[in-house]
Design a protein around this ligand. Structure first.
Ligand SMILES: Cc1ncc(COP(=O)(O)O)c(C=O)c1O
Length: 367
């Protein structure tokens, strides 16, 4: 039958997307609505205020751009970086390398300070790299390929000491791991709707510190849709009926809005604690079965668990058997970790003890 899709998705435990909360699904399934008018403006205004709460940054400018996380990264490059600017990229995994790849296409100089996959950021290497003029330092807060959470405070301190701004990829941490953007001094950051927010993929919440915004000449910014000054202009000039520059799917936007209301209802601290508890339960359970975490205990992520299986168990076979025999989907390793590790998400709706226990039971039966 044309259009037939499997209706039983099983247990989806990859590091995003994650199963939608029923109340988010309810919004997503509603008939299409206009992307302007009173109801839209009310939802947009509330979304902006909820995004400031989410980033713990009441003064930051926030933008719910329609597009995947990469849209957020490119919007920051178009808006705040100029061809020839030097950006120091801290990389300890696949998504750090991806930042470099994207920035190079923007005709920027992207110098990588690399550390091994699974290790933390190379802070001495960073300080050394910052001896040369630098416009920005870019880093992934939570490296989804390795299950490492990079501590941001020392990175911000080193960057600000030389007048560079800090650009953070918070795609797999936003809403799951504490990230008080204003208190830490994060200047520019982007997340994604499909991970710890448990909304459908397709919105990237972007946040910009007032100091960076005010120091930037809009005339130098490139692009139109991905130029945040365009978004700011529409919110300012058309804010009473059509606050975004283009059409946004109403299903997607209202689902995202609902997901943010659920974050507020739960409370950020309670949400961070729920992610920490669920991931600790998963890590402990897997350790008891002989799995070894790639990240050191002080860097271990609360949203992505990256582990190598015990001797005699092949990572790819385990992923396949869980899918075929138990209807559970987890991820394999990326890049050099392909075939060596498995990755499991505890994000949003996945960060629940009964979900973790279902996976642990299944793994136990296979190893
Ligand atoms: C840390 C990190 N950055 C960026 C991305 C890319 O996000 P998107 O596919 O929404 O563009 C991902 C996706 O998994 C990620 O985990």
């Amino acid at each position: 039958m044309i259009g037939a899709v499997p209706m039983d998705p099983g247990l989806l435990l990859i590091p995003g997307p994650v199963p939608l909360h029923p109340r988010v699904l309810e919004e997503f399934a509603k008939p299409a609505l206009p992307h302007y008018g009173d109801a839209w403006v009310r939802a947009f205004t509330e979304t902006v205020s909820l995004m400031r709460y989410l980033w713990s940054a009441p003064e930051h400018r926030v933008f719910p751009l329609a597009g995947p996380g990469h849209t957020g990264l490119e919007s920051l490059a178009y808006t705040f970086l100029r061809p020839g600017d030097r950006v120091v990229v801290l990389s300890n995994g696949f998504f750090g390398d991806r930042i470099r790849e994207v920035l190079l296409t923007h005709r920027l100089k992207a110098d990588v300070v690399a550390s091994p996959w699974g290790a933390g950021p190379d802070l001495d290497g960073l300080r050394n790299a910052l001896k040369r003029p630098t416009k920005a330092v870019a880093v992934v807060h939570n490296e989804t390929s390795t299950g490492v959470t990079n501590p941001l405070e020392p990175i911000v301190e080193a960057a600000h000491a030389v007048g560079a701004f800090v650009l953070v990829d918070a795609v797999s941490s936003l809403g799951g791991i504490r990230l008080p953007a204003a208190a830490i001094g994060v200047d520019a950051a982007f997340g994604a709707s499909q991970k710890c927010l448990a909304a459908p993929a397709g919105i990237t919440p972007v946040a910009v510190a007032p100091s960076l915004w005010e120091a930037t000449d809009p005339k130098g910014a490139d692009g139109w849709y991905l130029n945040l000054f365009t978004w700011e202009r529409y919110a300012r000039e058309w804010g009473e009926w059509h606050p975004t520059p283009t059409t946004i799917s109403s299903n997607l936007f209202y689902a995202f809005h609902r997901a943010l209301l659920l974050v507020k209802e739960e409370g950020l601290e309670a949400r961070y604690a729920r992610h920490a508890t669920a991931s600790a339960r998963l890590r402990d359970g897997l350790a008891g079965l002989g799995f070894a975490a790639l990240a050191a205990p002080d860097l271990v992520s609360n949203t992505v668990t990256c582990v190598s299986p015990p001797q005699g168990i092949d990572a790819n076979t385990l992923v396949k058997r869980l899918r075929m025999e138990r209807n559970i989907t987890i991820s394999g390793g990326l890049g050099p970790l392909r075939g060596k590790t498995v990755r499991i998400g505890t994000m949003g709706t996945q960060a629940e003890p009964d979900v973790v226990d279902r996976l642990l039971d299944a793994v136990r039966s296979l190893v």
